[in-house]
Design a protein around this ligand. Structure first.
Ligand code: SAM
Length: 289
């Protein structure tokens, strides 16, 4: 039994329900919708109800809660370091969507190679993969900088989910994930796992040393991160309503140096969100000098 389960049982609240997990009611869905909106800015539409029930029901079963409301009340425990507080972060992790892959939306990386890297020669640059998920985006950047960059560089990846940030730090992926990595990067930057790591590959240590990961919420002020020459804010704005989107984009833009670059997802746009940024190509922006 895990310590988490133990501490819950010690409060004497419940035993596992005999018939599994009950349905998620409208008012219970509303509790989790509010939690995600207030904490992460994520706008869960009513269509996401099945997703919420599906992703949390395993936790209810494992912890022996009789209803989603009971589970919600437990994770709302405000005491720092309490088991409920730890579980709250896990629930938030479970309700984020972390889909990502190496060399995703590759024309951003073509643009980096062809248009930006020539301007960066012999400079020191910082890049930020904001909403980095399990690290594939940050390591894609790192592979390109390793083989094609002629400058000193460092990369930071941040995400609200502690679970994906831990995965990113490890830099170990199932072999199928390598399919999207062009051969020359794969050969130079990745190591094939053997023994216990068979079927997996690892990002080379010299690269991992230049890529840092930490948890971070884009809703909050990000000044402590310093300034960046390029920010990738891709496939996360779609989860936000206009108000949150404006707040997040302002936070991110304040971290961009004048003349710095911002990439958003191909399905995303900053049209009407902020005005001190110039559209260079669809989904590619540059901060005014
Ligand atoms: C679909 S993934 C995109 C990953 C990567 N940028 C890409 O394009 O492949 C979205 C990520 O945004 C993160 N996220 C959602 N809301 C966030 C917030 N308020 N602050 C930081 N990260 C957030 C999620 O945890 C998730 O890992």
């Amino acid at each position: 039994m895990s310590s988490r389960t133990l501490s819950r049982s010690s409060s004497g609240t419940s035993r596992p329900p005999p018939g599994g997990v009950p349905a998620l009611t409208d008012s219970e869905f509303e509790l989790f919708r509010k939690l995600m909106y207030e904490t992460a800015g994520i706008n869960l539409s009513p269509a996401k109800r099945a997703l919420v029930a599906g992703r949390l029901s395993k936790r209810l079963r494992e912890l022996g809660h009789h209803s989603f409301r009971e589970y919600f009340q437990w994770i709302s425990d405000a005491t720092p370091n309490s088991a409920g507080r730890v579980e709250r972060q896990l629930a938030i992790d479970l309700l984020t969507t972390n889909e990502t892959y190496f060399f995703r939306e590759n024309n951003h990386f073509d643009f980096l190679r062809q248009e930006i890297l020539p301007q960066w020669q012999n400079r020191r640059v910082r890049m930020w993969s904001a909403a980095c998920s399990s690290g594939e985006e940050a390591y894609t950047l790192a592979m390109i900088m390793t083989l094609d960059g002629r400058c000193d560089w460092e990369i930071l990846g941040t995400d609200i989910s502690t679970r994906v940030v831990e995965k990113a730090r490890m830099g170990v992926y199932p072999m199928e994930r390598a399919e999207k990595i062009p051969q020359r990067y794969l050969k130079a930057c990745c190591l094939k796992g053997v023994g216990a790591k068979a079927g997996q590959f690892m990002i080379d240590r010299t690269i991992r040393q230049k890529v840092r990961f930490q948890t971070g919420n884009l809703m909050n002020d990000q000044s402590s991160l310093g300034r960046f020459d390029l920010v990738l804010l891709r496939n996360v704005l779609i989860y936000f309503d206009p108000e949150v989107k404006r707040r997040v984009v302002r936070n991110v833009l304040s971290r961009l140096v004048p003349g710095g670059w911002l990439f958003v997802g191909h399905a995303e746009s900053l049209n009407g969100v902020v005005d001190n940024i110039r559209l260079v190509r669809p989904s590619i922006y540059r901060k005014e000098d």
